[in-house]
Design a protein around this ligand. Sequence first.
Ligand code: SAM
Ligand code: DTB
Ligand code: SF4
Length: 319
Amino acid sequence: MHNVPDLTAIRALYDLPLPELMFRAQTVHRQHHDPAAVQLCTLQSIKTGRCPEDCKYCPQSAHNSTGLQPEPLLDTAEIVASAKRAQSGGASRFCMGAAWREVKDGAQFDSVLASVRGVSSLGLEVCCTLGMLTEDQAGKLKDAGCDVYNHNLDTSREYYPEIITTRTYDERLETLAAARRAGLQVCSGGILGLGEAVDDRLKLLHELASLDPQPDSVPVNALVAVEGTPLEEQAPVDPIEFVRVIAVARILMPRAMVRLSAGRTAMSPELQALCFMAGANSLFLGDRLLTTPNPERSTDFMLLERLGMHPLTPAGATA
Ligand code: SAM
Ligand code: DTB
Ligand code: SF4
């Protein structure tokens, strides 16, 4: 069990003078991580679009008309080939995402399990994000070699119904609990810039930090406002507010990997550097997230070099 500060204390932390907040975040960061190491993950959309959920931010929701080309489930050979490219490009973790409301037992799930086995046998860490799942399904993923399950809480419990109505906050928590019980690592975070207040962001961090055990990784996405979604007109998140959220996430969840996720194409190198200094230590590598653009791989390697930072070598890696 961990003692998570209450919302008032978290707000006081968030409101500290920025140099003080950064100092505290860096102090915590160094106790648990190499401050120069960044985990490199690559995303692959294995089933794209026509999702029955109504997530207002998502280009893949069937409720939104974004002109996205839907794609059926990729077969294992294609996925493994993509994982090999990601690995030779420098990624240590491969994350497969499906635009599903939930995992359903049957041929499609069996095919995903075969893909997990294939990717895992390359020596990559494997993460899946397939929507809701049961403990039994999580156990099958684990047995196939999946290391991590990603399922985001996205925002505060209070703001959540403004964004998604087709699945509840508690259902999300149940999915995370099922993954944990099956022995998978848990990856869970959220999105900033959905129109939520600063306190909603802090409530999200409080909720994540109160999970026991805490998530192993916490993706912090900045909304990619996609035309055709109800959030297409959302103003970008203030960069300094973004850095403050990263710093507070680092302080509340000292051991977690804090991942700079969606939204980096709109971030300057200086802002990303500030995020690393606030305790972010992971990113998605490759020019595509699931359906939206991400910085070029070469741009990211140049950035790491300019900052004197290096890729994290995962525990157990031989290379
Ligand atoms: N369908 C599965 C689910 O929702 O759990 C997995 C894939 S879903 C696309 C994974 C996460 O991507 C969402 O929970 C959300 O946090 C993030 N995401 C989706 N669209 C986004 C956008 N336009 N901008 C930022 N993050 C986004
Ligand atoms: C997460 O929190 N962000 C990633 C990953 N987990 C699956 C997905 C970002 C998706 C951004 C919108 C898109 O490319 O479709
Ligand atoms: Fe579907 Fe996931 Fe997109 Fe929601 S975030 S619409 S569940 S793909």
